[in-house]
Design a protein around this ligand. Structure first.
Ligand code: FNR
Length: 370
């Protein structure tokens, strides 16, 4: 398949790189730069003032209603899976080798024909208009200017066509299965028309997570507030998402329905990773849905080694869940992941400053990784 990429010109990125190099060349300047902001109780004045992604969390918490904030932050039951995703990173420490020329660090990768400036992808998150009026379009524009691949959710407010137009370079489409196969065909058709050549089928959502934070706001088991769902427009039937009867037979069915690359998102064991390979999928994303669906999982980073061993380089292995720092990303890459996806941090950026906030989250993570 051919990809006619039109990432933006490199001028802004290379200006920033030169600036970063200058700053990094001077340890004193770099340390001043790192510590010049002291927010205390004050809100972050602008996206550019953020020191790390957590600064955006604090602004998002202030700006969002408690119902929306808890919808984004929440997870299943006592949220032990969310905690495990973070603590898994602390169990891994870095052994740094010295005297290696690191003056030119190239973080770019190509996956399924899509060139990316960094191995940091935008994880699929639905309903972004509840966070910022421009929703997924702002996320798409930021991802585009920073040359990051975006995986657009099935349940976005804007349609996949609108998102792909805002992003301009190829967008990947996250697919939720439906017990109504005609609806799946409708979603696949829209994704194809929008130019998506890579589909991530989410397989961790046989049931909606028991998210008790949301119940307090009357938004029910696992569901968020109701809004426009652009991808279901034009489909005559009800938008039934999910199919608890899903098995590996569906992968064979999907393979026949689409010529797109197929990734399975939500794999957490070596057994299923091996089945991915035998079923001919093109890649997988280790994910527990950011702890939203099931309680008492391992952190995804803990599942990574057994999955890397089982896949044995046959297909790319991506991973998400709790990535908040460049060192988190570094650890996953060093342990064999091809790329990582971020979820909540870019939503904090979006809630705080729209497109600028998402762009800054991407800039921060890339700079930390380098
Ligand atoms: C998600 N996630 C998700 N995944 C998916 O496949 N389809 C979806 O529509 C959504 N929607 C969604 C909404 C919200 C509010 C969140 C926080 C997450 C899961 C997402 O793609 C990803 O797996 C996690 O967010 C990664 O974990 P972190 O980075 O949020 O810790």
């Amino acid at each position: 398949m051919s990809h006619h990429l039109s990432w933006p010109s490199d001028d802004t990125a290379s200006d920033r790189r030169r600036f970063m190099q200058l700053m990094l060349a001077s340890p004193i300047a770099a340390s001043l730069w790192q510590s010049h902001v002291a927010f205390g109780e004050e809100a972050l004045p602008s996206a550019d003032d953020a020191r790390n992604v957590f600064d955006f969390h604090d602004v998002a918490q202030e700006k969002l209603s408690p119902a929306i904030y808890d919808f984004i932050m929440g997870g299943a039951d006592d949220e032990k899976t969310i905690a495990a995703n973070r603590t898994a990173f602390d169990k891994v420490q870095i052994r740094a080798r010295r005297l290696i020329d690191v003056s030119n660090i190239d973080t770019s990768i190509t996956l399924f024909g899509t060139p990316m400036a960094t191995p940091i992808l935008i994880a699929p998150i639905g309903g972004q208009v509840q966070v910022h009026e421009q929703g997924e379009l702002a996320t798409a524009r930021a991802a585009y200017t920073r040359k990051h691949t975006m995986i657009a959710s099935t349940v976005t407010n804007h349609s996949i066509g609108e998102i792909a137009e805002a992003h301009t370079a190829p967008v990947w489409f996250q697919l939720y299965a439906s017990s109504n196969r005609d609806l799946v065909r409708h979603l696949l058709r829209n994704a194809k028309e929008a130019g998506c050549e890579t589909i991530a089928l989410t397989v961790d959502s046989a049931a909606l997570g028991n998210r008790e934070r949301q119940m307090a706001f009357g938004t029910g088991r696992g569901s968020g507030p109701r809004q426009r769902l652009g991808n279901f427009e034009g489909f005559p039937g009800p938008p039934i998402i999910g199919d608890p009867s899903l098995t590996w037979d569906f992968i064979k069915w999907l393979r026949d329905e689409t010529d797109a690359n197929i990734l399975l998102k939500g794999i957490v064991t070596h057994e299923d990773a091996s089945l991915c390979v035998t079923h001919g999928v093109d890649g997988l994303i280790i994910s527990n849905h950011g702890g939203r669906q099931e309680e008492s999982h391992r952190g995804t980073l803990e599942a990574l080694p057994e999955i890397i061993a089982a896949v044995d380089g046959k297909v790319p292995v991506l991973i998400d869940g709790g990535f908040r720092r460049g060192t988190d990303i570094f650890k996953a890459l060093a342990m064999g992941a091809s790329a990582i996806c971020i979820g909540r941090p870019y939503i904090w950026g979006l809630a705080s400053f729209g497109e600028d906030g998402v762009a800054k989250v991407l800039d921060l993570l890339r700079a930390e990784l380098v």
